[in-house]
Design a protein around this ligand. Structure first.
Ligand code: URA
Length: 439
């Protein structure tokens, strides 16, 4: 459904208004999005407007208009034949591969998951980039296949087609390279436009806070969660948000093919506690929203069984097969891309790991080639970081903390100083903070 906007639109005035911190009218936002997707707005003007929004903000009603106009800026996916379909979205994290664990779990419980995922943004990873490290895996699927796969196996993870939410594609890639990612209304509109266009009735959001999140402060993440939930319910969706800490990387691996290995290990029952905890939380919220069940303990117990008895692993295998990937990677990780070089970073002294800055680790992986700096950069799926000790762990001087996988020999010089500043060791055991906070 596309809306026709007839008013004349002047981009210079539009930027100027936001520069002065004024509120845009819904019709102006509609006209901007329309011009943007027609290719009438040059990147430099869009970038200027994005920075004005980043600096001066937007009201909740502006963010809602922006989300709505973006959602309907192209085609939308019709999931009305799957009224209990559930979707999830994370606001971006480091080592966050929960979609690839939660989605097979939810599908195992009989709740269809048709998820349009994103790519790496800034220092955070993207589900599509992770999946594409599986040889042959296709993330661009025709609508007929998406529907058939949803019927056959109840699970699809794909990229939005080029005509879905074109406004977000333009804004997202420009934000990534103009330091305008960390804006509450821009994140809210970006996430919600995709969720609305994706068609699922039931939506669970994982809103991150902390060092490795776009929102550093819990209060900002809370504000973002509130705006997104309000946009979702105003636009007719059942929606719920979970707030989770992103101070340290989630799980043990950061980097595309390394994260796929960790997903498979988790689905084989060998998951790291924090990753399993958050995946089960998100999966249970998706199931409860879609099925109206209210006994969370019972739902989590059911999902735990799918993890323990291999049902969710089989679902992930079905997903790989259905989307053209090589399922042999499940038993042979050697078939995934791997790097030429490995560097082992050891503890500089004995003590407890008190900090492992997620943002630094995510940024290092991005520099090694695991993320993008320019819109058209090609991701290197093999690079990344494998974490052997997590915050709270006791370590001896000289013990292996992290392995770094890389392909460009000149990167060796940056690894050591980068990790030295991102990992702190103290004499006293740090207080354990909970990963998930109630909204
Ligand atoms: N995830 C998105 O989809 N959009 C953002 O802007 C940030 C995280």
């Amino acid at each position: 459904m596309k809306r026709e906007v007839t008013m004349t639109f002047n981009m210079l005035d539009f930027i100027g208004e936001k520069k002065l911190g004024r509120e845009h009218e819904p019709d102006q936002i509609a006209a901007f999005i329309k011009s943007l997707v027609k290719g009438e707005v040059p990147d430099y003007q869009t970038a200027a407007w994005l920075m004005a929004v980043r600096l001066n903000g937007m009201s909740e009603s502006e963010a809602t208009s922006l989300a709505k106009e973006m959602a309907y800026s192209g085609s939308t996916f019709d999931l009305s034949e799957f009224p209990n379909a559930a979707d999830k979205h994370s606001t971006g994290g480091v080592g966050d591969k929960t979609t690839l664990i939660a989605a097979p779990l939810v599908a195992s419980a009989g709740v269809p998951v048709v998820k349009f995922s994103g790519r790496a943004l800034d220092f955070t990873g993207g589900t599509l980039d992770k999946l594409e490290s599986i040889p042959g895996f296709k993330t661009s699927l025709p609508p007929a296949q998406i529907k058939k796969q949803a019927h056959d196996i109840g699970l699809v993870i794909a990229g939005a087609s080029s005509d879905m939410v074109p406004a977000d594609k333009i804004l997202y890639s420009l934000r990534d390279v103009t330091s305008t990612v960390d804006s509450i209304p821009l994140i809210a509109a970006s996430v919600m436009s995709k969720k609305i266009a994706g068609g699922a009735k039931n939506i669970v959001l994982d809103v991150k806070f902390g060092d490795g999140a776009f929102m550093k402060k819990y209060e900002d993440a809370f504000g973002l969660a509130k705006i997104m939930c309000s946009i979702g319910s105003q636009l007719g969706r059942n929606i719920r948000a979970v707030l989770s800490s992103m101070d340290a990387p989630l799980g043990r691996n950061v980097g595309n093919s390394l994260e796929i290995i960790e997903v498979v290990e988790t689905l084989k029952g060998n998951g790291q506690f924090d990753l399993v905890e958050l995946s089960l939380e998100l999966a249970s919220q998706m199931v409860m929203l879609a099925t109206n069940q209210s006994d969370k303990t019972e739902v989590i117990a059911g999902l735990g069984k799918f993890l323990a008895d291999g049902t969710a692993l089989k679902k992930f295998e079905d997903l790989i097969k259905a989307q053209g990937g090589d399922v042999r990677i499940i038993d042979d990780y050697g078939l995934l891309p791997h790097s030429i070089y490995r560097y082992t970073f050891e503890a500089e002294k004995s003590g407890f790991i008190s900090q492992m800055h997620a943002k630094d680790i995510g940024s290092l992986v991005r520099i090694l080639g695991g993320g993008r700096f320019r819109k058209d950069d090609i991701i290197d799926p093999a690079v990344g970081v494998r974490i052997f000790k997590k915050p709270g762990d006791l370590v001896e001087k000289g013990e292996r903390l992290v392995d770094v996988y890389y392909n460009n020999p000149t990167h060796k010089e940056i690894i050591e100083p980068d990790l030295s500043k991102s990992i702190a060791i103290t004499e006293n055991k740090p207080e354990r903070k909970s990963l998930i906070r109630d909204l």
